[in-house]
Design a protein around this ligand. Structure first.
Ligand code: HEC
Length: 89
């Protein structure tokens, strides 16, 4: 976990499904650890604005401000995906 990224205030809205560090334990829920920050920001904005439909994500992102989205994207982008870091496909 990157120590230089502040823990987002709204992280609690996400951890049940994506975990603290972006590694999901629920079938059908994507791992988002280490994902591209710009992509994460775009995905969350599109879910929030109803331009992307993703089951629980529209409700989960519905109340996020732009600052919340920036903080969450930075947090998850800064996490390591252990298997990927080890070179495991
Ligand atoms: C109830 C479970 C649940 C919660 C809570 C939840 N998610 Fe998700 N998330 C999902 C599922 C399921 C998908 C796949 C949706 C789809 O098919 O587009 C997803 C997709 C995503 C994606 C897109 C990943 C990609 O590769 O395109 C991002 C980013 C994301 N979630 C971030 C978050 C953040 C940040 C929060 C907290 C604000 C959150 N999620 C809360 C279940 C959840």
């Amino acid at each position: 976990m990157a120590a230089d990224v502040a823990r987002p205030a709204k992280l609690g809205l996400c951890v049940a499904c994506h975990g603290d560090t972006g590694i999901s334990r629920i079938p059908g829920t994507p791992h988002i650890a280490g994902q591209d920050e710009i992509y994460l920001r775009k995905a969350l904005t599109e879910y929030r604005d109803g331009r992307r439909h993703g089951g629980p994500m529209n409700a989960a992102a519905g109340g996020l401000s732009a600052a919340d989205i920036d903080a969450l994207a930075a947090w998850y982008a800064a996490q390591r995906w252990p298997a990927a870091a080890e070179g495991t496909p």
